[in-house]
Design a protein around this ligand. Structure first.
Ligand code: GAL
Length: 634
C-alpha cells in the first residue's frame, strides 16, 4: 500500500489553496487485470474532419459550413477520412429560460428555424449525414462561452438577459447532451472551459452585472491554484451523459482544457481527444509550442484517447500557399503524432497546393495506422528532432524536423529506427514517392523549417518481439507515480499573439513533467541503471503501474532498476509483473546504483500485463525507475 497518494487540490482545499490533500485512490498500484484508458466513443483512429474556428472564428453560418462540407466531399477529402464537420463557437442565440432549452441563431442557420418558432439542428445534421459526413457541435463546461469571457468583440455573441446568455453546459449537462445528441443528432462535441476559468467575482464583466460570477476552477498559470478534481468531475458528467444518449457509441468527446488542470493524467480515461495546449495560430513559433506540448506524451495516447495539439492551420499565415515547406511540416508532424486531423480552412477559397497536402494519402495512412502508436522522439534537440512511429505491419514512419530558420544537416541512423545497422533500410519519401536505400546511416540536408517524412522498412533489432517503447498505443500509465503535478519546462515558449510582450513572459504551465516516457526518463534524461545506459526502455517514477495490452506474446523481459537520475534514493524499489491480475514475477528490492536486474515472466495467454514499481519511500519526489529494453517476445 502506498504511503503517499497523489496530491491534488480538492474543492474543499482550494479556497485556501492548501496542500497536501490526497485525492488519488490508494489502491492505484493494485493490479486490476483491466485496461482503464477510454474505449467508448468512436475514436479507434484519430478523428478527421473540419472545424469552423480557425477559418471563421465565431463568424460562422450555414452557408460557410455547407460550403466547406461540399468541397470536402467533391474534392475526395471525405473519402480519404475527413468526415467530421464541426461547428465551433458562434452558433447559439440564447438559452430559453422557461425550460432551459438552447436556441440556435437561426439568422445564420436558416434550416434550424422550425415552423412552430422553435429551433433545431436536426435538418442540418440530416443533411451532413446524407452527404456521408458526421456533425460536430461545441459548448463550454462553464455557464458562459469563450467568446463571452475572452473575445467579446467577435461576432455572434449570445443575446438576452444574464440567464439567457448562460449558454454553457454548467447546470444543464444532461439536458444539453440529450438535446445535441438524441434530438439534434450530432456525433461529436468539443467542450471548452472558459466559463470555469475567467469569471471570478472580481471580473469587471461580473461587477458590471453582465455575467454571474463562477469561482474559477482553473488557473492556466498555476496547477496549484486549479481545482483539478472539480474540473475532472464536470467532464466526467459530460462523458456519462454522452454514454447515456449514445448507446451505439457513435460519439466523439473532445476536451478543450488547453493542457491545464493536469488533464494529461486523466483525459485519457474520460474522453476521445484532449487539447494539450492553448490555441495554435498560423506562426512557426506557435506550431513549435503546440508540437512540444504533445510530442513527449506518447504514452498518454491510445486508440480511443488521443493527444490534440489543436486544429490544422494550413492555408493561413506562415502555413499558406506562399509557405508550402512550413505547411507540409505542419501536416507531417500532426500526422505522425496521431493528432486528430481537423482542417481549419475556408475550403471554398482553397489553394490547390494546400489541398494536395491535406489529401496526401500516404501521410494520412500514417496518421490512421490501426496500431495507434503516437511517434516517439528518437532524437531530440532544440534544432532538430526525429520522430519515429511503429506501424501495424512493423514498418516505421519517420519524420525529421528542422525547427530552425536556417538550413540544417541531419543524420538518420538505423538505431533511431530500432533496425539493424548492417542490413539495408528502404525509405519511401511520402511527399515525392521516391525510394532510396541505405545501410547504417544516411545524411540529409533540410531547408529551413522543413520536415522530411518517410516510411521505412528494415530488419528489426528484435526479430521475434517488440520493444514496449515502440508501442505506446498498447501502454497506459494507469498511475504514473506523479505525486504533485508539475508544469513542463521543456515546451517551446512562444509569444502569444494576444499578449505580445505584456507581462513577464511565458512561464512553464502545462502539467505533465515527470510523466512516463518512452526511451527517456520522466524528466527527459537518458535511461541508465547502475551506469548502464539504455537507448530503449520505459522511464517512469516509483510507485507507478503501467497497463500493457498483450496480443499473443509469450515472454516478458526487461532489465530493471532505480535510474541513475533518481534524486531521493531513500528506499529500494521492487518491480512486479502481473498477467490478468496475477503476479507472474517480482524482482529483489533494487537500490540506487545497483546493477540492473533481469526480470522475465511467462505471459502466455495473459491479455493485460501490469508493470508495477513499488517503493516504501514516503516522498513528494519519487525516484525515477527504468524498465530497460522492456520487450514482449513470441
Ligand atoms: C478557445 C478554444 C478554441 C476555440 C475558441 C472559441 O478556448 O481553444 O479552439 O474553440 O475557444 O471561442
Amino acid at each position: 500500500m502506498r504511503a503517499f497518494s497523489k496530491i491534488l487540490v480538492s474543492s474543499a482545499a482550494s479556497a485556501a489553496f492548501c496542500l497536501p490533500l490526497a485525492a488519488h485512490a490508494e489502491g492505484d498500484l493494485e493490479p486490476t487485470g483491466e485496461w482503464s484508458a477510454y474505449q467508448r466513443g468512436n475514436a479507434d483512429l484519430p478523428p478527421m474532419g473540419w472545424n469552423s474556428w480557425n477559418a471563421f472564428t465565431s463568424d460562422i453560418d450555414e452557408e460557410k459550413l455547407i460550403g466547406s462540407a461540399d468541397i470536402i466531399v467533391k474534392s475526395g477529402l471525405a473519402q480519404k477520412g475527413y468526415r467530421y464537420i464541426d461547428i465551433d463557437d458562434g452558433w447559439w442565440l440564447h438559452r430559453r429560460t422557461s425550460d432551459g432549452r438552447m436556441i440556435i441563431r437561426t439568422d445564420n442557420f436558416p434550416s434550424a428555424a422550425m415552423p412552430d418558432g422553435s429551433s433545431s439542428f436536426r435538418p442540418l445534421t440530416d443533411k451532413l449525414h446524407a452527404m456521408g459526413l458526421k456533425a460536430g457541435i461545441y459548448s463550454d463546461i462553464g455557464r458562459n462561452s469563450c467568446g463571452q469571457v475572452f473575445t467579446s468583440t467577435f461576432p455572434n455573441q449570445p443575446e438576452g438577459s444574464v440567464a439567457e446568455r448562460e449558454v454553457g453546459l454548467y447546470g444543464h449537462i444532461d439536458q444539453d447532451i440529450a438535446l445535441y445528441f438524441k434530438d439534434w443528432g450530432f456525433d461529436l462535441i468539443k467542450v471548452d472551459a472558459c466559463g470555469i476559468r475567467g469569471l471570478p467575482a472580481s471580473d469587471p464583466k461580473v461587477q458590471s452585472g453582465q455575467y454571474r460570477a463562477l469561482k474559477p476552477l482553473i488557473d492556466v498559470d498555476s496547477l496549484g491554484r486549479t481545482d483539478i478534481p472539480a474540473v475532472q468531475d464536470l467532464y466526467e458528467q459530460v462523458r456519462d451523459s454522452l454514454e447515456k444518449y449514445n448507446p451505439d457509441d457513435d460519439f466523439v468527446f473532445s476536451l478543450c482544457l488547453w493542457g491545464s488542470a493536469d488533464v494529461r493524467s486523466w483525459a485519457k480515461n474520460v474522453g476521445n481527444m484532449s487539447r494539450t495546449s492553448e490555441d495554435i495560430s498560423p506562426t512557426w513559433s506557435r506550431l513549435l509550442f503546440n508540437l512540444d506540448s504533445t510530442s513527449r506524451r506518447a504514452l498518454y495516447a491510445h486508440p480511443g484517447s488521443w493527444n490534440d495539439p489543436d486544429m490544422l492551420y494550413l492555408g493561413a499565415g506562415e502555413f499558406d500557399a506562399n509557405h508550402l515547406t512550413q505547411a507540409r511540416s505542419h501536416f507531417a508532424l500532426w500526422a505522425i503524432l496521431n493528432a486528430p486531423l481537423m482542417i481549419g480552412y475556408d475550403l471554398r477559397k482553397a489553394d490547390p497546393e494546400i489541398m494536395k497536402i491535406l489529401g496526401n494519402q500516404d501521410i494520412i495512412a500514417l496518421n490512421q495506422d490501426k496500431a495507434g502508436n503516437q511517434a516517439v522522439l528518437a532524437f531530440d534537440s532544440s534544432d532538430a528532432q526525429i520522430f519515429v512511429k511503429t506501424l501495424a505491419n512493423g514498418e516505421k514512419g519517420v519524420a525529421i524536423l528542422n525547427r530552425t530558420r536556417a538550413p540544417l544537416e541531419a543524420v538518420l541512423t538505423a538505431e533511431h529506427l530500432k533496425f539493424l545497422s548492417n542490413a539495408g533500410i528502404d525509405l519511401t519519401d511520402l511527399w515525392s514517392g521516391k525510394t532510396m536505400r541505405f545501410v547504417g546511416e544516411q545524411k540529409f540536408t533540410l531547408a529551413p523549417q522543413e520536415t522530411l517524412i518517410f516510411r521505412a522498412r528494415g530488419k528489426r533489432i528484435l526479430p521475434d518481439g517488440i520493444y514496449l517503447s515502440e508501442q505506446p498505443g498498447i501502454i497506459n500509465p494507469a498511475d504514473d507515480g506523479v505525486v504533485v503535478p508539475e508544469p513542463e519546462p521543456v515546451t517551446y515558449r512562444a509569444l502569444t499573439p494576444w499578449n505580445g510582450t505584456r507581462g513577464t513572459g511565458e512561464h512553464p504551465r502545462y502539467g505533465g513533467w515527470g510523466g512516463a516516457q518512452a526511451d527517456s526518463t520522466p524528466y527527459g534524461e537518458q535511461l541508465a541503471i547502475g551506469g548502464k545506459r539504455y537507448a530503449t526502455g520505459l522511464g517512469v517514477l516509483a510507485n507507478s503501474r503501467l497497463e500493457v495490452r498483450n496480443e499473443g506474446y509469450r515472454q516478458f523481459t526487461a532489465e530493471v532498476g532505480v535510474d541513475d537520475s533518481a534524486r531521493n534514493r531513500s528506499a529500494p524499489v521492487t518491480f512486479e509483473i502481473y498477467g490478468d491480475g496475477k503476479l507472474l514475477a517480482k524482482s529483489k528490492p533494487q537500490s540506487f546504483g545497483d546493477a540492473p536486474q533481469t526480470l522475465e515472466a511467462d505471459i502466455s495467454g495473459a491479455k493485460i500485463l501490469e508493470l508495477v514499481a513499488r517503493s516504501p519511500a514516503e516522498t513528494l519526489q519519487p525516484d525515477t525507475v527504468t524498465w530497460g529494453n522492456a520487450a514482449l517476445l513470441k
